[in-house]
Design a protein around this ligand. Structure first.
Ligand code: SF4
Length: 210
């Protein structure tokens, strides 16, 4: 008989057999900037501004030379754009000046970039270098607690550690994407799709939601 984690994994594989990051990007550095921009907003909103941003400034050198006001104007729809516009320019400058224009496969260094924390680093390293990682965003945070993979009091780092202990390392990156997608489309913050959810019996939220 399957244990709870295996049941969850099987269901996620059924719903999302080929999970992928939904942020649109064509170059590695575009992913780093897009993930940084996605803090406190949705991937959809980020995807609505990044094509304009990256076509207006098609290289890192163009981005590092951009005027902050011009970048603000482009990324305005995502909110918190004042700070993030400066981060875009500073990230581009640091990549050019310190990393030869490439994303470093170096967690400690990446986490010193402006606006880049552990979650962003996990997403970037996992997508670009296949580094096994589970980034805990708002969806992973919510779903993990509802499914009892983490406790209500756990912070994002504790949730990440628990998920890494529960799922085999070879599954980490896939489970990250699946938990994000499950939270985004099924186990939504408001009005989750509990009636059709195969995890209803093991879910801590079911009594409140059904
Ligand atoms: Fe989410 Fe509802 Fe499924 Fe629980 S039963 S995991 S709250 S969708």
């Amino acid at each position: 008989m399957k244990n709870k984690v295996e049941v969850i994994g099987t269901y996620l594989d059924k719903l999302f057999p080929n999970p992928r990051c939904e942020l649109i990007y064509h170059k590695d550095y575009e992913l780093l900037i897009a993930v940084m921009l996605s803090a406190q907003t949705t991937d959809k909103r980020v995807n609505s501004v990044t094509p304009v941003l990256f076509s207006t400034y098609p290289t890192l050198e163009d981005l590092m030379g951009a005027k902050v006001k011009d970048v603000q104007e482009i990324i305005k729809p995502i909110g918190t754009y004042h700070r993030k516009a400066q981060y875009v320019i500073d990230i581009a400058r640091r990549l050019v000046e310190e990393c030869d224009g490439r994303i470093p496969n170096d967690r400690a260094l990446l986490e010193t970039f402006p606006g880049v924390g552990r979650k962003t680093t996990n997403v970037v390293l996992s997508n670009i270098y296949d580094v096994p990682a589970i980034a805990v965003d708002t969806h992973v945070h919510r779903v993990s607690k509802r499914l009892g993979l983490a406790m209500g009091k756990d912070d994002v780092l504790e949730i990440e550690k628990k998920l890494m202990r529960k799922f085999p390392k070879s599954e980490w990156s896939r489970r990250h994407h699946q938990l994000v997608l499950f939270g985004r489309y099924y186990c939504k913050a408001v009005r989750p799709e509990c009636k059709t959810c195969a995890l209803l019996e093991i879910c801590k939220e079911k009594k409140k939601k059904v």
